[in-house]
Design a binder for this molecule. Structure first.
Ligand code: BDR
Ligand code: CA
Length: 307
């Protein structure tokens, strides 16, 4: 059985690797790709998504969504992903046209019209999905499950408290986390277990196809930030964990826990508060706890080799 999925993303190096893994996976029927401002501004995330489609030879419709968060000003992460958002790969300007419809309208229309389950995978700030839920709350019942990369029970990465995707648009995250949607949160607690070691990078590089060379080039650049900023010898690979979870959920362990988003404190805005709450039954989320990183890289490497 194929999984019908819409991928919302802000490419972004690790978003790009996630898209490539999805393209290489026949289990997934990718209905569309929606893009949002995040790692780089929207004009780059939408064109980067189209570049990755073309790199993989796939004609998936790409939609541009919200150019900024709901309340806060946009904060981007060129310091991690480079000025283009896909630093480390040299890709031509895309020929694949951008769809004229706004990503939020595409989400609402597609979900309201479907009689079959649709999974949503989000790899960036949750602005598009939050606006879609505000515009048409009935879409929540149409979403089979939302699997998102974001948050952390432990330390953040953009501040001590907050993970980037939630920090960039915490108000959108609050809308989504309190919407009642069935949600799996893959946060830093797990993605920091999934490290691109030199041996794993070399395994991708040695595939020696244009796709693998581009992936290896981006991953090499991407690793530098974590090495320099956090003194890590190997860098975490966040967004592809969402796609791997769709393909092989048994690579991960999850636990149902209440999660709230910090919106008030300037020091910890965007923190995902995981665990105890006054009402333990409210806003429960499947929070990923651990990942089998060897099996994850095996999956990623063998799938990339098929593109
Ligand atoms: C998340 O932030 C972005 O920089 C990455 O693409 C990933 O989605 C990790 O915190
Ligand atoms: Ca991302």
């Amino acid at each position: 059985m194929t999984i019908r999925v819409i991928i919302d993303c802000d490419p972004g190096v690790d978003d790009a690797i996630a898209l490539l893994l999805a393209f290489a996976s026949p289990e997934l029927d990718i209905l569309g790709i929606t893009t949002v401002a995040g790692n780089v501004p929207l004009r780059l995330t939408q064109s980067n998504a189209r570049k990755i489609c073309e790199l993989a030879g796939r004609q998936v419709p790409v939609y541009a969504g919200c150019p900024r968060p709901l309340v806060r000003s946009l904060e981007t992460a060129e310091y991690v992903h480079g000025a283009t958002g896909l630093q480390g790969a040299t890709l031509p300007d895309p020929q694949l046209p951008l769809q004229p419809q706004h990503a939020v309208d595409y989400l609402v229309e597609t979900l309201m019209q479907t009689d079959e389950p649709v999974t949503i995978a989000t790899l960036g700030p949750l602005t598009n999905l939050a606006v879609a839920i505000v515009k048409e709350p009935r879409i929540v019942e149409k979403i089979d499950r939302l699997v998102l990369m974001g948050g952390a029970a432990g330390a953040g990465n953009v501040t001590a408290s907050a993970e980037f995707n939630i920090y960039v648009d915490p108000h959108a995250a609050h809308v989504v986390f309190t919407s009642g949607v069935a949600l799996t949160m893959i946060g830093l607690d797990v993605t920091h277990q999934v490290l691109t070691t030199e041996a794993r990078l070399e395994a991708i590089r040695s595939i020696d196809t244009p796709v693998a060379q581009a992936a290896a080039g981006m991953l090499k650049f991407y690793g530098e930030y974590d090495r320099q900023q956090f003194g890590m010898s190997d860098s975490p690979l966040h967004d592809p964990c969402v796609i791997a979870y769709l393909l092989q959920p048994d690579l991960f362990t999850v636990k149902s826990l209440p999660v709230a988003i910090e919106l008030a404190s300037p020091q910890s805005i965007g923190r995902t508060i995981v665990g105890h709450s006054i009402d333990e039954q409210k806003n429960r989320v499947d929070v990923a706890q651990s990942a089998n990183s060897d099996a994850f890289y095996q999956l990623l490497t063998t799938r990339l080799a098929t593109l």
